[in-house]
Ligand binder design. Structure first.
Ligand code: SF4
Length: 194
């Protein structure tokens, strides 16, 4: 894909209104992507705060994710080095138990072509069940914990992470092997790719 085609694809995504009728705050696709970045971060969908600022992971979850990756904000938001492409590009609204799932129309419409266009990607950080389902398919394990624990099976091109939200502190306390076993090689690999 030429640079013009890549930019045209991004323009089309940013102008997308495909599921506007069901988005409570209307479309505002939040995507950070280039052909050159070697690292891809795949989350679920923007929350309200990200929707308001248009900046992905601009919240406490993002701070923890950057800490896990061993990168500062400047590096994380450098589109030539890090792509951030969630499963749904717009804020889907909030239900009784938190943010709603990413809109299913989004991945169907855009994901395959954008993934094919991001030719530089060598490492994908996969966060959340929708990202795991799309990126690992039948290779995922029964539970999130088992999938994260099997990280060597997906290394070195994919790493599944638990959600970095502060609400996930209980999981982190119960699974200390994550910080001890997974994060050091992850940081090392990210250092190599930057
Ligand atoms: S969520 Fe995706 S499909 Fe829906 S309007 Fe936003 S960019 Fe388009």
């Amino acid at each position: 894909m030429s640079k013009d085609s890549f930019n045209s694809l991004l323009r089309d995504i940013r102008a997308c209104t495909l599921c506007a009728e069901v988005l409570p705050e209307g479309p505002r696709p939040v995507v950070q992507a280039s052909e050159s970045a070697r690292i891809l971060v795949v989350g679920q969908a923007p929350g309200r705060r990200v929707h308001e600022t248009g900046i992905p992971f601009n919240d406490p979850s993002g701070d923890r994710l950057r800490d896990w990756m061993g990168v500062d904000r400047e590096t994380f938001y450098d589109v030539s080095r890090v792509n951030v492409v969630p499963m749904g590009f717009c804020y889907p609204g909030t239900g009784a138990s938190g943010d709603l799932p990413p809109r299913p129309e989004c991945a169907k419409a855009w994901r395959a072509q954008l993934m094919a266009a991001m030719k530089g990607v060598e490492l994908t950080l996969v966060i959340g069940q929708y990202a795991i389902a799309w990126h690992l398919g039948t290779r995922r394990r029964k539970t999130l914990t088992e999938t994260v624990q099997a990280w060597r099976d997906y290394w070195p091109d994919h790493v599944v992470l638990p959600h970095p939200s502060p609400r996930n502190n209980v999981w982190l306390k119960r699974n200390p092997w994550f910080e001890g076993d997974v994060l050091p090689p992850l940081r090392e690999r990210i250092r190599e790719l930057l």
